[in-house]
Design a protein around this ligand. Structure first.
Ligand SMILES: [Zn+2]
Length: 257
């Protein structure tokens, strides 16, 4: 089971890292997968998604990482030490990515088993622009809604590492409160894209659709700007999930408080 999850994570990471996708270059981006309630795989620092192998992932415990998220501010060296201490096998090679805490926050949500974080050029044209927020106020086409969800989660710029992870955790819960379901896509201002899904394949598909959406959005500005679908038409495509999801997440939050 553990190895199967890791194999899927390796394949996902290699696919996200394909140069023709233009999602990442060099050491950009990171991926993770839930193994069980206690542990998850996360990309090790200094590895490249496109050429990563099973050895490029580190198994870490949720608990100490979530404690960092909810605890006091830590210095860079304290964070590094805490992440090293969160490894299931202290002797295993590799140091957990600096973004491990944000992966832990996402993987805590029900039915999120894989997370893919990339810096696609087209998505970052959007997240690095003055139109970020206003340009993503509406939906553009039905498949965007079906694959990417009712709305992206928008994350204002935060220092990568613990501050960013805390911002993401806070906004994830706000999103669940607003929409009654978790986001599939997070757009991080001046940074990139994060995709949350039950399966590795879905992370790939959602990433591809989020990138296509950004490309179309960019193109609409050649023709006077985006024409968003009406609320009524969006509602026809989007089926609201049941309230259980929200209760699940909120219940979970209380338990961890
Ligand atoms: Zn990043």
């Amino acid at each position: 089971m553990t190895n199967d999850t890791r194999n899927q994570l390796v394949e996902l990471s290699q696919n996200l890292g394909r140069p023709e996708n233009d999602y990442v270059i060099l050491g950009e981006g990171n991926t993770s997968a839930k193994i069980d309630d206690r542990t998850f795989w996360v990309k090790a620092s200094g590895t490249h998604l496109g050429s990563i192998t099973a050895a490029g992932f580190v198994q870490v415990y949720f608990e100490p990482v979530l404690e960092m998220l909810n605890g006091p501010d830590l210095s860079d060296s304290q964070i590094k030490a805490a992440l090293a201490a969160a490894k299931v096998d202290p002797a295993a090679p590799g140091h957990p990515s600096v973004e491990t805490a944000f992966h832990a926050a996402c993987l805590q949500l029900p039915d999120v088993n894989f997370v893919g974080h990339t810096h696609p050029t087209t998505v970052n044209m959007l997240t690095c622009s003055v139109a970020f927020e206003t340009a993503v106020q509406g939906r553009l086409f039905p498949d965007e809604i079906v694959i990417c969800g009712i709305a992206p989660l928008l994350i204002p710029y935060a220092d990568p590492g613990l501050p960013l992870a805390r911002e993401i955790q806070r906004r994830l819960l706000e999103y669940v409160d607003t929409y009654g379901e978790r986001p599939k896509v997070a757009l991080m201002q001046n940074h990139g894209l994060a995709v949350l899904a039950p399966t590795a394949r879905q992370v790939e598909n959602i990433t591809a659709m989020a990138v296509k959406t950004a490309r179309i959005l960019r193109g609409t500005f050649d023709f006077g700007g985006p024409h968003f679908m009406s609320a009524e038409n969006v509602a026809r495509i989007y089926t609201r999930p049941d309230e259980h999801y929200r209760q699940n997440v909120i219940g979970r939050g209380q338990k961890n408080d």
